[in-house]
Write a protein that binds this ligand. Structure first.
Ligand code: COA
Length: 202
């Protein structure tokens, strides 16, 4: 019989995953070989996990002018009316009255746009978009969370938004995050559809 203590010193990714070590007491050659194999398998699994973790978590940041092409493409694929134009995106990115956030993971996978008004403690979450193939994985929620944080940082105490009355997915996302319906705006969209207005206290 022998006892083995496995000590894994998980260094930061930058330092690689090779710092795991196994401390064995009273182990014969066979035992050492066995635990070297276990160690190797652990390393491979951890490396795979690390690669998956790095590649599958989009990073949220403020948009730059170099994102314009990708933002316009996402807008085009996401919305059929009421699109934000390239010129408008350019202004919002450069200006002080909007926060344009993007989610990227090599590619641009999502965006959120928040508007601010001088002398108002209410921000407006104007748009949230997630690319088709990334939906249902929590990115919409992450973007709304980042939009709310951006609003809080700008001193907003409330955040408003409008959403198509029949956009069940978005409505569920907002209501789950504590947005409360405060009214209807008839014919709000370019195609004449009504919007429901929501508010959340930040
Ligand atoms: C709405 C949108 C941003 C959601 O993004 P997403 O990444 O798919 O959302 P998430 O994966 O973070 O989902 C979060 C929650 O939203 C709700 N939800 C999102 N999509 C849904 C759908 N198609 N049907 C039902 N609920 C949905 C759910 O409550 C979900 O939580 P759950 O999985 O625990 O049930 C995305 O579908 C999208 O880009 N739609 C087109 C643009 C749009 O309508 N934007 C909002 C108005 S501007």
């Amino acid at each position: 019989m022998y006892t083995c203590g496995i000590l894994w010193r998980l260094g930061h990714l930058r330092h690689g995953w090779n710092s795991g070590s196994i401390v064995c007491h009273s182990v014969g050659d066979a035992g050492v070989r066995k635990y070297e194999r276990v160690q190797l398998l652990f390393r491979v699994a951890l490396r795979r996990f690390a690669i998956t973790a790095v590649t599958s978590h989009p990073h949220i940041r403020s948009a730059r002018a170099s994102d314009l092409d990708a933002l316009v493409e996402l807008e085009h694929h996401t919305f059929t009316t009421d699109r934000i134009s390239r010129a408008q995106y350019r202004r919002h990115i450069a200006g002080a009255t909007a926060a344009v956030l993007v989610a990227e993971n090599h590619d641009l996978l999502g965006s959120a746009v928040v508007f601010f008004r001088r002398n108002s403690d209410g921000a407006r979450l104007y748009s949230v978009a997630v690319s088709h193939h990334t939906r249902g994985q929590g990115l919409g929620d992450t973007l709304v969370d980042a939009a709310e944080k951006a609003a809080r940082q700008r001193g907003s105490r409330r955040i408003f938004l409008e959403v198509r009355h029949n956009n069940a997915g978005a409505i569920r996302l907002y209501e789950r995050r504590g947005y409360v319906r405060i009214g209807t705006i008839p014919a709000f969209y370019e195609d004449g559809e009504d919007a429901w207005r929501y508010e959340k206290t930040l």
